[in-house]
Design a binder for this molecule. Structure first.
Ligand SMILES: Nc1ncnc2c1ncn2[C@@H]1O[C@H](COP(=O)(O)OP(=O)(O)OP(=O)(O)O)[C@@H](O)[C@H]1O
Ligand SMILES: O=P(O)(O)OC[C@H]1O[C@](O)(CO)[C@@H](O)[C@@H]1O
Ligand SMILES: [Mg+2]
Length: 442
């Protein structure tokens, strides 16, 4: 259940640089049933809402389906692509780079692929390092490594200079791999390209362990981050259970979305409380977290609490907002604050807790992609390559009910996705932890 308003059909129309007239070099077919993979018809659509109420007319609101087109826009041997990775690290960045390079060079046979260094800074010759050529040999084994071989960055970018750079370097397709900020930046670059009426395609590939990008049910990196977080919760449980009144407290990444916290809590099955930014909870008072935790300790003599970094911000003292280089609000550190609050309260009520605090923050995102994410990276990257070669632009590749879709950047990056407190994930978490019971004291 999305937490954002339904788009209009007009908002879901993807921009094209012009008519795609060239026959694709991919060895695909247009005949179903011939045991050869098929091109995707440009008129094929994925329904926005796959649920229907019996007796009601289904809505025909739909996304453009991603995939290889029979007609392409760019002449492969004259085409240069460039790849840039921006924002925080995320498992799978190297997988995406590798799959893009292999699809573009080996299957489409384009001229070359440039690797842009250290995020959007690399598109500004006055600030960034020069790009380097990505060859098949260079990317051969990179998918086994965490991080990004291109480097990444946060901080503002001058989109006019970025477009000058693309023109100077003869780049025809730019692939922007990153989170919501990166996709906003990609949209600005595409808008400047459109203003100058240039035939340059800009394609986004959504990356973030936070899983907060609209029209992408699951971003790559999320599954790996959840697997890593799950291990930490399990260890926090071991620590908590080994001492009297042990409390394993785990703080996980997730600025504005609690997807990592909720999914890792469910996967682990060992946490008793999960706190996310979307569901603000009281700390003090009869129905606050501290009293609830005390009830749990009295009943079971150990507890595990998982908190997303963006949760409980309202518990901390007001102080002037600070921002990172990209303008993202810097969160105050709720983990140590909560550890102290639990210790103080438990001492005060005469039932001292033995708090073991875990902060695995960067650990969960700097690892290499697991098999689930590697597969998703492969799918997203190849779909992005197809979209670029077909001359689509100002769009990102999304994942909607397990179908890859092409989504205009303007409609994807106008807001972040958050976890719905009415959705299945949060309901499952309530059913598993039964944390409400401790809060209500019944
Ligand atoms: N509002 C914006 N408008 C245009 N460009 C932006 C905007 N926000 C960020 N960018 C560009 O995108 C880059 C990456 O943004 P940011 O640091 O917010 O990471 P992100 O892509 O959101 O990834 P993460 O998920 O790690 O936060 C920045 O360096 C900046 O150039
Ligand atoms: O410290 P950095 O590298 O700026 O990134 C931290 C942020 O990046 C993310 O991993 C992705 O947005 C967030 O969960 C986290 O708050
Ligand atoms: Mg972001």
């Amino acid at each position: 259940m999305p937490t954002y308003p339904k788009p209009t059909q007009e908002q879901l129309v993807v921009t094209r640089l012009g008519e795609a007239r060239l026959v694709s070099p991919l060895p695909l077919s247009t005949t179903p049933g011939d045991n050869i993979g098929d091109f995707v018809d440009d008129d094929l659509r994925a329904l926005y809402n796959p649920r229907i109420m019996l007796g009601e007319k289904p809505s025909d609101l739909c996304f453009e389906l991603a995939g290889a087109r029979r007609e392409i826009f760019f002449t492969p041997q004259d085409t240069t692509a460039a790849i840039v990775t921006c924002g925080g690290l995320c498992p799978g960045l190297n997988n995406v780079i590798r799959s893009l390079v292999l699809e573009l060079l080996m299957n489409y046979g384009i001229r070359n692929v440039l690797g842009i260094r250290y995020g959007y800074h690399g598109l500004n010759p006055n600030v960034g390092r020069p790009p380097f050529e990505l060859t098949k040999e260079l990317v051969d084994e990179i998918h086994h490594k965490g991080g990004t071989i291109l480097g990444t960055s946060r901080g503002p970018q001058e989109h006019k200079e970025s477009v000058d750079f693309l023109v100077d370097r003869g780049v025809n397709i730019l692939f922007c791999v990153g989170g919501d900020g990166t996709q906003r930046g990609a949209h600005q670059i595409a808008s400047e390209i459109a203003r100058r009426k240039l035939p340059i395609s800009v394609i986004g590939i959504p990356k973030t362990i936070d899983n907060d990008i609209k029209y992408c049910y699951r971003t790559f990196g999320f599954a790996t981050a959840v697997s890593e977080a799950e291990k930490v919760i399990d260890r926090a449980h071991v620590e908590a259970k080994s001492v009297l009144n042990g409390v394993g407290l785990v703080k996980l990444m997730g600025r504005h979305a609690g997807f990592i916290t909720a999914a890792a809590t469910l996967a682990s099955g060992e946490a008793n409380f999960a706190l996310i930014p979307e569901v603000p909870m009281q700390l003090h008072g009869e129905h606050g977290l501290l009293a609830a935790l005390d009830r749990r300790l009295k009943a079971r003599e150990h507890a595990v609490v998982v908190i997303a970094e963006g949760a409980g911000q309202h518990w901390l003292d007001e102080c002037p907002d600070e921002f990172d280089a990209s303008g993202n609000l810097l969160l105050r550190d709720v983990g140590p604050f909560l550890a102290h609050a639990i210790k103080d309260y438990s001492n005060k009520v005469g039932n001292p807790a033995n708090v073991k605090y875990f902060d695995p923050s960067y650990h969960i995102r700097s690892v290499h992609a697991d098999a689930t994410d590697s597969l998703l990276c492969e799918r997203l990257a190849r779909a992005a390559a197809h979209a670029g070669m077909a001359g689509k632009t100002d769009m990102l590749v999304g994942l909607w009910h397990n179908q890859l879709i092409d989504v205009p950047l303007a409609v994807s990056c106008d807001a972040k996705k958050q976890l719905s407190p009415e959705g299945e994930l949060w309901m499952a978490l309530q059913a598993l932890t039964r944390q409400e019971k401790w809060y209500s004291g019944v």
